[in-house]
Design a protein around this ligand. Structure first.
Ligand SMILES: Cc1cc2nc3c(=O)[nH]c(=O)nc-3n(C[C@H](O)[C@H](O)[C@H](O)COP(=O)(O)O)c2cc1C
Length: 260
């Protein structure tokens, strides 16, 4: 074959494509276990951040040793048996997309704007000497541009917030993206989810909370220029902590805490 023939050019290009695709797919497959490990580590880090236990540079696995994860059935609030669903391989995000592992949310209850949700969810119990100190729950829902994914940490009374963090979203930096601002996140600890009748009341206001209002214990200052993202945060919290998601589980924990 002549050195500068058309066929030779195609042959060189084809061989180059095959070599490159083998290299890229080999790297993707070879690095997958490391990616999975990093994803799991990042999840643990964010759970610790919500619970106020994360220290930069600290050993995440060591800090996470005091956290126990439990897979629960959201409809009943009861633990799911490992023979029914293997917690080691359960992926809640994948489950939420699988019609067999999720439920459709009727539009009138779909406060979080997610259309369907997984049947089973992880709860993370922060324990000290065998006693639960905090419950950390995964939460997600629509903001303005994106779905926000985060964790909320709740005290053993199943009512008082200990921390809130969002680890993934595509809201505008400086506007909706301020949900990541540590100053805004500092406003959450101590706020209460429910009123005396057990109704969920937590909300982000448009503007500032009136400190002497009786409702202030359930309210957080809004982020200026980000009312839509803030409304999304209120709505996703009300959905996930309400009767259609973690509500049954939280009600059972608050009964334990009042009978202890
Ligand atoms: C480029 C651009 C990006 C915006 N990003 C956000 C956002 O991430 N979150 C949000 O709530 N509002 C965002 N807004 C503003 C909304 O359109 C809306 O005006 C705002 O939520 C109203 O909040 P305010 O009543 O506090 O001004 C953005 C507006 C523009 C022009």
């Amino acid at each position: 074959m002549a050195r500068d023939s058309v066929w030779r050019t195609f042959l060189v290009a084809a061989v180059l494509c095959i070599v490159c695709s083998v290299l890229v797919s080999g790297a993707a497959v070879g690095l997958r276990p490391r990616q999975e490990r990093n994803k799991a580590l990042d999840r643990k880090k964010n759970i610790l951040i919500a619970a106020g236990l994360y220290e930069p540079g600290a050993d995440i696995e060591g800090l996470f040793a005091g956290v126990r994860s439990k897979l629960i059935d959201l409809a009943t609030g009861k633990p799911v048996s490992p023979s029914e669903v293997d917690p080691a391989s359960y992926d809640a995000r994948q489950a939420a997309r699988d019609p067999d592992q999720s439920v459709v949310i009727p539009p009138e209850s779909d406060l979080a704007g997610i259309h369907r949700r997984e049947k089973y969810a992880f709860v993370y119990l922060v324990e000290k000497q065998g006693q639960v100190e905090q419950y950390v729950l995964p939460i997600y829902g629509k903001g303005l541009w994106s779905t926000l994914y985060g964790f909320i940490a709740i005290d053993a009374d199943a009512n008082t917030i200990r921390g809130l963090t969002f680890y993934e979203h595509r809201e505008t930096p400086g506007l909706g993206g301020e949900v990541d601002n540590p100053k805004w996140k500092e406003l959450w600890p101590g706020k209460q989810l429910h009123d005396a009748q057990g109704q969920i009341q937590i909300e982000v206001l448009k503007g500032a909370v009136a400190p002497d209002s009786p409702a202030a214990i359930h309210q957080v200052d809004g982020i200026s220029g980000a009312t839509i993202t803030c409304r999304g945060v209120s709505n996703l919290l009300r959905y996930w902590l309400g009767p259609d998601a973690f509500g049954p589980y939280l009600a059972q924990q608050s009964q334990h805490s009042t009978t202890r």
